[in-house]
Write a protein that binds this ligand. Structure first.
Ligand code: GLN
Length: 344
């Protein structure tokens, strides 16, 4: 594995990209990839738009200047700029990997039948969205998805295990395998979110009432809160994205984390709902399945080509990192990452 990194004037910003074997990018050389990463870093590191999330008090305290970019290609090469070491909480990006874990264990139909794979068009923690699609499970196809809070808390409840500990080991294990290293929960974030997650508790209770969650919604909400508090840096996130880009195989450890045949289902839900109610706009401009988190991270996947991640905490009104959206769009466009563009 090669890591190419650049830090400019000690500014705490980071971006990471991981590429696939071959290197998956056709005529583009390693130097081209690094050039695209450096250009995006230089262009956006001074950008002062957006605001840290503060509805989870600990998130407001994170350094808003943190900016890291990483790209990982399927051959395991890592390209980066800025701060790719400082950890932030993974937040909603964990929803992808818990959904993937359920799909891996229980099949693509499990999530489709219990939760649904349709956009809600609403904010990630919308309660109206639950009422809007209110379906007692078993009486019709639920129209929700595992990347907004109600569906995500339900997906967490679907991970099997006799005890909360057993369930947690599976959740963190899947995240570790995708990242290629053991990750830890950021306890200050976990405590801060646990103290203030009454809205998610309400969502959990409603999901039990409507049959999406079968029992113990409190455990599901707690484990969901814990998974959102996992600490990751830009390089970890890019590696996780690259695992999806490489058909479920971690490009550095070589571990097949998920069956290749199941990965397209995961990417489809990311394309549909990865940036909440701005998912359509994002897809329109980039064509990339992606997922954001209120900790400031965004991952995006160009299948067969690269996984990319950017960490930068200030968010726009929809809850998506401002710098991350811009940097990923620029880099992907420079690398021909949009899967909808026909190659001559
Ligand atoms: N833990 C956060 C929440 O449930 C995750 C939200 C997000 O990243 N969009 O509110």
């Amino acid at each position: 594995m090669t890591i190419i990194t650049r830090s400019v004037l000690g500014v705490a910003l980071g971006v990471a990209v991981v590429s696939l074997s071959g290197n998956g990018l056709g005529a583009q050389s390693a130097a081209d990839v690094q050039k695209a990463v450096d250009a995006a870093y230089a262009k956006y590191r001074g950008l002062q738009e957006g605001k840290n999330a503060d509805y989870i008090p600990a998130l407001a305290k994170v350094d808003p200047n943190l900016f890291g970019i990483a790209v990982v290609t399927p051959d395991g090469k890592v390209y980066s700029a800025g701060d790719i070491k400082t950890e932030v909480s993974i937040q909603s990006i964990s929803k992808v990997f818990t959904m993937a874990q359920v799909i891996q264990e229980q099949g693509l139909e499990s999530v489709e039948q219990r939760i649904g794979v349709d956009a809600t068009g609403a904010r990630f923690n919308s309660i109206i969205a639950i009422e809007g699609v209110r379906t007692v499970v078993g009486t019709g196809a639920p129209e929700m998805n595992p990347l907004v809070n109600p569906g995500a808390i339900s997906a967490t409840s679907m991970v099997t295990g006799k005890t909360a500990d057993e369930v947690w080991k599976k959740i963190i294990g899947f995240h570790n395998d995708a990242a290629g290293r053991p990750l830890n929960v950021l306890q200050d974030i976990y405590k801060s979110e646990s103290d203030t997650n009454q809205r998610n508790q309400a969502i959990g209770a409603l999901m039990l009432a409507y049959g999406y969650i079968k029992d113990n919604w409190q455990q599901a909400v707690d484990l969901y809160t814990r998974q959102c508090s996992i600490g990751v840096n830009a390089k970890d996130l890019a590696m996780m994205a690259a695992t999806l880009a490489a058909g479920g195989k971690n490009p550095v450890t070589g571990k097949q984390v998920m069956d290749a045949a199941k990965v397209p289902g995961v990417l489809a839900v990311m394309a549909t709902a990865g940036l909440y109610d701005d998912s359509g706009k994002w897809l329109y401009h980039t064509g990339l399945p992606a997922k954001s988190g209120v900790g400031g991270g965004i991952i995006a996947v160009s299948p067969g080509k690269f996984g990319i991640a950017v960490v930068s905490p200030p968010l726009d009104d929809a809850g998506n990192s401002v710098r991350a959206q811009k940097a990923i769009a620029d880099i992907s466009n420079a690398l021909g990452g949009n899967p909808y563009v026909a190659k001559p």
